[in-house]
Each structure stands twice: as C-alpha cells, then as structure tokens.
Design a protein around this ligand. Structure first.
Ligand code: PAF
Length: 282
C-alpha cells in the first residue's frame, strides 16, 4: 500500500531523501473518488519518476455556493487500493484545517482566463484550483505534475501559472480517458441515473462528429449550431457553453482557417449534473 501522509511535515519527511539524492518526484493532484483516468496519470508518472505521490483533497475553495462540495464522492479505502495497483509510493490526504488556517487570505488570481468558459458560472473556481495546486507543489516539491486534459481550461491555466510565476515544476497533460461508449471519465458520473448516463453519451458523440466533419465547414457558427443540435436531441441536456477556442491560450478564434490548433469545449448539465468535455481539432 502507498504510505498515507496526513500532515505537511509527514510529506517533508517522506520526500526529503528523494530531494537529497536528486530523484524525480511526480505529483498527481486529485479530489479522490478515483477512476481509470486518475490511474492512467499515475501509470505515466510511474514510468517517468522515481517517486509517485497522489494528493487526495476535496478542495473547498474551488467550490461555489450551491455546488456539490458536501456530496462530492469520497472513497478513501477504495482509492488506496486502486493506488496500490498502480504502484504509487505515497498519498497526501490532509484535513481542510491543514491546508487552510481560519484566516487564510492568500490566493492565486488567475485573471481573465479564469473568468471565461467554466469561470463564467463558477466564479472563484480557478482561483481555488490554482491556489491549492501551488500549495501542493510547494508542499511536495514535485518536479512534475500530471493533469487530465478533460479539464482543459484547468490544464491551460495551470501551465500559464507555472510560466508566469517562474515555478520550477513541469505540467504534463494526459488525454481524456473514456468509457467504451465515449463518455469522459469523471468522478461526477456517479451522480447520473442510467437514463441520464445514456443521454450524457451525446456529448462525446457531438464532439467527435464535429471533429470528423470539420473540413466541411467554412463558418464556425455552422459547426457550433450542428454540434449543439446533436446534444440538444437529448431532452435532459442543457448546454451551458459550447465554444471553439485556441488550444494554447483559449483565446477566441475568428475563423476555422488559421492553421492553428483549436479545441472545441463544452459544459452540459444532464439532470442536475454538470459535465465538461472537449476535443482537440487540428
Ligand atoms: O482536477 C481536479 O481534480 C482538481 O481541480 C485539482 C487539480 C485536484 C485541484 O483540487
């Protein structure tokens, strides 16, 4: 079993020898309720690093009012068993009080990029993500950290944070892991009923259709309209946004013909469950 670390000094004691002899530490930050996507990040880290640490922490400051902080799935025992199977060395699973003192008031401001797309409805979400990830970087002193590209906006924002704050850590993005029917793996999929889960498959169906038909479109608004209609065939699906953005910096694109890498990104509510997904368009 991986070693369970509950405090910052336990993490320092655990990592000190690795730091002393210059060994590579890989970190996989998670909120637990682990699925195959999280495990794939660990397998990649295992190949590239001498020490693989997962963090499991449901970070309260990235949840807004009325979001699912309290009901977010938690399964520490199951998670530890899964992490044993990928050969993780340690798991840092702190209580909230360890991460944030009562008067905690220092945050990473992610700026405009944190206010677009998901940030439009989730006001301080990326501020909370960037703050906890920076803390986890400092606590573990990791050399590299692994993130799933399902959370594409998070991935771009964290890369920007590392670049702009001159942090020594490398951010590694891993392609989205999907169920056989195409649904992107997410801890929140456990909220879906059987029929909602079937409807949720329309998200990836729509994104892959858009990618497949990309060359047929001259105008990006036609592509968006047709993609929306695939999702909207499902009665329970409510699209929060569906946008094509520049894959590097999430800036808006004028036309489909700039020769740059684009990403088609969406957030869709199925029943009460908010799901995100994306597909890279080249
Ligand atoms: O992607 C997540 O699970 C979370 O946003 C992260 C990166 C672990 C920060 O809490």
């Amino acid at each position: 079993m991986p070693k369970l670390l509950r405090t910052i000094s336990e993490v320092s004691d655990f990592t000190s020898l690795y730091h002393l002899v210059n060994r590579r530490i890989g970190l996989i930050p998670t909120m637990g309720a682990l699925h195959e996507g999280h495990l794939e990040l660990g397998r990649k880290a295992r190949k590239e690093c001498d020490c693989v640490i997962y963090s499991i922490f449901v970070n309260p400051i990235q949840f807004g009012k009325g979001e699912d902080l309290e009901r977010y799935p938690r399964d520490m025992k199951g998670d530890m068993e899964k992490l044993d199977s990928v050969g993780a060395d340690a798991v840092f699973a702190p209580e909230t009080a360890i991460m944030y003192g009562k008067d905690h008031s220092t945050f990473v401001d992610t700026g405009r990029i944190g206010r677009i797309l998901c940030g439009r409805t989730r006001k301080n979400h990326f501020r909370g993500v960037a703050t906890v990830v920076l803390k986890l970087f400092n606590i573990t002193g990791c050399d590299q950290a692994y993130f799933g590209k399902k959370d594409y906006q998070q991935f771009v924002i964290l890369k920007k944070m590392v670049r702009e704050l001159d942090l020594p850590h490398e951010i590694i993005g891993i392609d989205t892991i999907r169920d056989p029917d195409g649904l992107a793996m997410s801890s929140r999929n456990s909220y879906l009923s059987d029929s909602q889960r079937k409807s949720a498959v329309s998200i990836y169906r729509a994104l892959s259709k858009a990618k497949g038909n990309l060359l047929k479109y001259k105008d990006k608004s036609d592509l968006i309209r047709d993609t929306r209609s695939v999702i909207e065939k499902e009665k329970s699906a409510e699209i929060e946004y569906l946008e094509i953005r520049n894959a590097d910096d999430l800036s808006k694109i004028k036309s489909l013909k700039t020769g740059k890498k684009f990403v088609l990104m969406t957030a869709v509510k199925i029943g009460g469950t908010r799901l995100i997904d994306n597909i890279e368009l080249n």
